[in-house]
Design a protein around this ligand. Structure first.
Ligand code: HEC
Length: 159
């Protein structure tokens, strides 16, 4: 008896096998490729001469920082608008603790014209705005450090 003949594979079958292999290789490629979620590394580093104004903030716990932002006209103007956006609903536009949300808050929102507040240093005010105070929320994530200093400069005007 003659040995069974090897099946004759048509060129069409070869072609479709090739296409299948190609497709599978593609799948594995995509499966193994690196993928990154938003905000995940690797990130581009900032240019050498950049000043990290909005960058990571390093606050030494228990330390009172010194105000690095001069109370210029520009700083006071920025502080006023930031105060009206972020603080006035509780503390009132004039800082008297009578904003629309403030009137209904669990505890009275501090009147920023008080002698006690005047005696706080700029750094004390900055720390309270950054970390929050009692039931007042902190602004570490919502405002850049420089913006918080503008607000400190502006809040100094309440007498
Ligand atoms: C959701 C309402 C709310 C917002 C918004 C808010 N505060 Fe307050 N703030 C309070 C309350 C309430 C207190 C009093 C907390 C306490 O005595 O327990 C307070 C207290 C303070 C004090 C006094 C801290 C002390 O030593 O007694 C300062 C200063 C102050 N806030 C500044 C600000 C500034 C500046 C902003 C905006 C960046 C701001 N607050 C935003 C509710 C708010």
């Amino acid at each position: 008896m003659r040995p069974a003949q090897s099946p004759r594979w048509s060129p069409l079958l070869w072609l479709s096998l090739l296409a299948l292999g190609w497709g599978l290789a593609g799948c594995y490629d995509m499966h193994d490729q690196p993928s990154f979620k938003p905000q995940e590394g690797p990130r581009l580093s900032s240019p050498g001469e950049a000043v990290p104004v909005q960058g990571t903030e390093i606050l030494a716990p228990g330390k009172v920082p010194i105000n690095p932002v001069a109370a210029t006209e520009d700083s006071l103007a920025a502080g006023k608008s930031l105060f009206e956006i972020n603080c006035a609903m509780c503390h009132g536009r004039e800082g008297r603790g009578d904003g629309p949300v403030g009137k209904k808050w669990i505890v009275p929102c501090a009147n920023l014209h008080q002698e006690r507040i005047h005696r706080l240093s700029d750094g004390d005010l900055f720390n309270r705005i950054t970390a929050g105070y009692g039931t007042m929320p902190g602004f570490a994530k919502r405002l850049a450090p420089e913006e918080r200093w503008h607000i400190v400069n502006y809040a100094r005007q309440f007498k």
